[in-house]
Each structure stands twice: as structure tokens, then as C-alpha cells.
Design a protein around this ligand. Structure first.
Ligand SMILES: Nc1ncnc2c1ncn2[C@@H]1O[C@H](COP(=O)(O)OP(=O)(O)OP(=O)(O)O)[C@@H](O)[C@H]1O
Ligand SMILES: [Mg+2]
Length: 272
């Protein structure tokens, strides 16, 4: 196995990063039946909460913080469901900078490369590793970017602004040039988070002009069901006839489409 590592990014809060991580992980585990690991690098622990509900887990005692302190993430893996594991985060991870500084005083490269080092053994046991990060330029995003092979950018289509995404891509290039980062953008996902909103075609056209076919064709529309998954966990219920319930079907189909498109992009990038 040669697992690939993905970071879902944008330096803007609340654009759908965690939604994208949890849904892509779920689709890859269920629809593609691949072995998936989600690493929560956000002390808010949003991905952790969603996946805990998804797997009906309570009282999670493991945490990425302990793994970073002990220099071993393997003991912090929590099984969520078939094919899907996670490394959970909670507010104890707010002191990441201090942990890194204590481990590697005066060695900035070692500090931001620590996650990469810790996840190296997982590439033999998982097909994909998705990293969820907070929307800041910080030790969290630096560690995730250095560790990742690919970056998935989430673009909010209603904000008349590419700012957060542009800053993210520029920063990614900075890390590649100045530090040992090798990640490439595998796709930019247009996301709509507000009900009744319309896709801002100007932003989308602008994004396509700047980033060409990196912007995927699928637009993730607003779906109430995607919000419900925050509270209930991700699920796919079937009705009395054994068919997938309609709103679950729609919510999952959109992210299966995203996953397929990203896979096509990745195959293309691997071959050039
Ligand atoms: N397509 C969608 N339809 C409806 N609601 C959505 C959709 N995508 C995301 N949301 C909701 O929007 C909110 C923000 O999404 P999310 O938490 O994924 O953003 P984020 O970028 O991870 O935020 P943060 O920067 O705080 O980590 C959540 O309540 C989520 O359920
Ligand atoms: Mg988030």
C-alpha cells in the first residue's frame, strides 16, 4: 500500500473544510471500500465530534495531543466504522506550539515536519489519510501541508471573494520553495453553505480563469441533510423497501461525484 495524504484547506473559517473531510472519508470508506484515516489537527475537534457520532462512540479518551507528546500516533487511532479510523483532537491540542518547541527547540524545520514523521508508518496501512485543519496560518496548517501529498481547496461560492483560497495556494507555494513541502493542488471544490443562495458565477469564472481545470465541475450545493450530519453523524439510512433514503442519497451522491473527479485529477497529476 502506498497511502496518499490529503489536506483540505482554505485560510477562511466556516467554508466547509470539515464537511469535506468527513464526507470524502465516508465515501472513500463505503463506496470505494478503501482503508481511510482521518487526522483531526483542529483543537476545536469538529471532525472528531462528527465521526464519533458516525461510529456511535462515546467517551473518546485518545487524542492527537498525547500522540504528539509521546512521539507515536499509532496508539491514538480510534476505529469509527468499517474501513474508517480517526486520530481525534480536543482542546488539549491548543498548545501544539509549546509541544513542538519543547521537542525541537530552535529547529523550526523539525517542528513543522513532525506530523509528516509521525504518519510515515501509516502509509502502509491506509489508502488515504485526510487531515482536517483550522483556518489559520499556524503550526497546525504548516504541519499538515508538509505532511500532505495533495491539497484540496474548498471555495465558498457566495462570498464574492477568492481571498482565503488564494492566500492558501500562495502560502503552499511559499512552503514548497522554502521548506520541504511537495504538495500539489488536486482540486478546488465550489461549495455553497447558505440556503437559498445562488452560485456566484463571477467568482467561479474568476476561479476557473486563474486555476483552470483545477476547479472541479461538481458544485456542492446547500443541503439541509449535510447540516444534519453535524448533529447525528454521517449516515445512509434505508427505507422500508431497502432503498437508500432520498436525502441521504443526494447528500452522498454529491460527494461521490467530488471524490471521482478528484481521483481523475490525481491520476492525471500522477502521470505527467
Ligand atoms: N453543502 C452544505 N450544505 C449545508 N450546510 C453545509 C454545507 N457545507 C457545510 N455546511 C455547514 O456549514 C458549517 C461550516 O462548515 P464546516 O464546519 O465544514 O466549515 P469549516 O471550514 O471546517 O469551518 P472552520 O474554519 O471553523 O473549521 C457547518 O455547520 C456545516 O454543517
Ligand atoms: Mg473545520
Amino acid at each position: 500500500m502506498n497511502g496518499k495524504v490529503y489536506v483540505v484547506g482554505n485560510f477562511k473559517g466556516g467554508v466547509g473544510k470539515t464537511k469535506t473531510v468527513t464526507m470524502l472519508a465516508y465515501e472513500a470508506a463505503t463506496y470505494l471500500k478503501e482503508r481511510i484515516l482521518v487526522i483531526d489537527m483542529d483543537p476545536q475537534g469538529n471532525a472528531t465530534r462528527v465521526l464519533a457520532k458516525t461510529g456511535n462512540l462515546d467517551n473518546i479518551s485518545k487524542s492527537i495531543t498525547d500522540g504528539f507528546r509521546n512521539g507515536n500516533l499509532t496508539d491514538e487511532i480510534v476505529h469509527v466504522m468499517d474501513n474508517l479510523d480517526m486520530i481525534p483532537a480536543n482542546t488539549s491540542f491548543r498548545n501544539l506550539s509549546k509541544i513542538l518547541f519543547d521537542k525541537y527547540p530552535d529547529n523550526e524545520i523539525a517542528q513543522i515536519s513532525y506530523l509528516k514523521e509521525l504518519i510515515e508508518p501509516f502509509k502502509n496501512s491506509y489508502d488515504r489519510i485526510y487531515i482536517d485543519v483550522p483556518p489559520t496560518i499556524s503550526d497546525y496548517s504548516d504541519n499538515a501541508m508538509i505532511a500532505a501529498d495533495y491539497c484540496i481547496i474548498v471555495l465558498q461560492t457566495q462570498e464574492l471573494s477568492l481571498d482565503g483560497a488564494q492566500t492558501y495556494i500562495a502560502y503552499m507555494q511559499f512552503l514548497s520553495e522554502n521548506y520541504n513541502a511537495h504538495l500539489q493542488v488536486v482540486g478546488i471544490i465550489p461549495m455553497m453553505l447558505r440556503q437559498g443562495g445562488r452560485v456566484d458565477t463571477r467568482v467561479l469564472d474568476q476561479a476557473r480563469e486563474m486555476y483552470g481545470s483545477n476547479v472541479i465541475d461538481t458544485i456542492v450545493n446547500y443541503q439541509e441533510r449535510l447540516k444534519v450530519y453535524d448533529v447525528e453523524g454521517v449516515h445512509m439510512n434505508t427505507n422500508a423497501n431497502g432503498k437508500v433514503e432520498m436525502w441521504d442519497g443526494k447528500a452522498h451522491q454529491i460527494f461521490i461525484d467530488v471524490l471521482n473527479e478528484l481521483n481523475d485529477h490525481e491520476a492525471y497529476l500522477e502521470n505527467i
